[in-house]
Design a protein around this ligand. Structure first.
Ligand code: PPS
Length: 301
């Protein structure tokens, strides 16, 4: 399936036609969840692959065999992508699923199900930078143009997969309503990977021995995943992902947006963020302790 120049649109949200069809998007919306399912939910570039690796490792008590032999899109398929029914049809045991779909697409399908949902969010400034670089290498996404143009579209919500703001607000509206929902951030994982793995293992009711936890930690580090062909997307042919234009495991940093945003872009972003998130009670922590005692924690921006 090439369809590199095709865009599918559902409810005003754009999806790359290389991975999605109208049928696959429709099937996802009426997906029959099982109580034993675990669903990883993210806006793109928010730590999807990282969480897929964490859950794979936690479920296997730190044994890396699966994560080093089966590509992430097979062991944690995206519900909405065209191949998912084929992959899921062949799977056995509890299923690990992934989605980038907004809550408005999946809310009905999840109603009444006890499937576990793990929502990973990331500082949208870092998401925008990561997504921009990904557009340069992913030939199934439109050319991003200048960073300024891309950022404008990101803030308008007209990039593929829709608005970051709608995605986060939609999914997190469920946090206090259901107990089968774990909300975790990329930054939390970055600042305290051990604590985050423990959080996931407790949520999944898969307690780990200390040695097992250490093995998980080792195999889902940035350096380890960057070398793992099952997650670094080097298995994808050059005409689909042009590896000469960038790497999927690019920097893996928090606060890297500072190296790309101009002062003006930053002010504009903050203004849009305040307006769009004014009704949200989410308390994001984007940064950890800053060295040299400048600030201990910078909340929001
Ligand atoms: S996608 O295309 O939506 O599935 O991308 P996603 O996996 O959500 O996000 C890719 C970014 O996550 C970074 N990443 C990691 N950071 C730190 N540690 C680990 N282990 C890790 N694994 C993936 C990856 O480098 C991308 O971020 P950027 O900022 O581009 O480096």
């Amino acid at each position: 399936m090439a369809r590199l120049d095709v865009t599918e649109t559902v409810q005003g949200v754009f999806f790359p036609g290389h991975l999605h069809t109208q049928d696959s998007l429709q099937q996802a919306r009426s997906f029959h969840f099982q109580d034993s399912d675990t669903l990883i939910v993210t806006y793109p570039k928010s730590g999807t692959t990282w969480m897929q690796e964490v859950v794979t490792l936690v479920s296997r008590r730190g044994d890396p065999q699966m994560s080093q032999t089966v590509p992430n899109w097979e062991r944690a398929p995206w519900l909405e992508q065209y191949y998912s029914s084929q992959v899921l049809g062949a799977s056995q045991g509890p299923r690990l699923l992934t989605t980038h779909l907004p809550y408005s697409f999946l809310g009905n399908a999840l109603q009444g199900s006890k499937a576990k949902v793990i929502y990973v969010s990331r500082n949208p400034k870092d998401v925008a930078v990561s997504f921009y670089h990904f557009h340069k290498m992913a030939n199934f996404l439109p050319q991003p143009g200048s960073f300024k143009d891309f950022l404008d579209r990101f803030l308008e919500g007209t990039v593929h997969y829709g608005s970051w703001f709608d995605h986060v607000k939609g999914w997190t509206s469920q946090v206090d309503l259901v107990d089968n929902f774990l909300f975790i951030s990329y930054e939390e994982m970055w600042l305290d990977l051990r604590g985050s793995i423990e959080k996931v293992s407790t949520f999944l009711q898969r307690p780990l021995e200390d040695e097992e936890l250490k093995r998980c930690l080792c195999h889902c580090s940035f350096s380890s995943m960057k070398e793992n062909r099952m997650v670094n997307y080097t298995l994808i042919p050059q005409d689909i992902m042009d590896h000469s234009k960038g790497t999927f495991m690019r920097k893996g940093q928090i606060g890297d947006w500072r190296n790309t945003f101009s002062e003006e872009q930053n002010c504009h972003f903050d203004a849009v963020f305040s307006t769009k998130m004014k009704d949200s009670h989410l308390n994001f922590v984007w940064e950890g302790p800053v060295k040299e005692g400048v600030s201990l924690r910078e909340e929001m921006f």
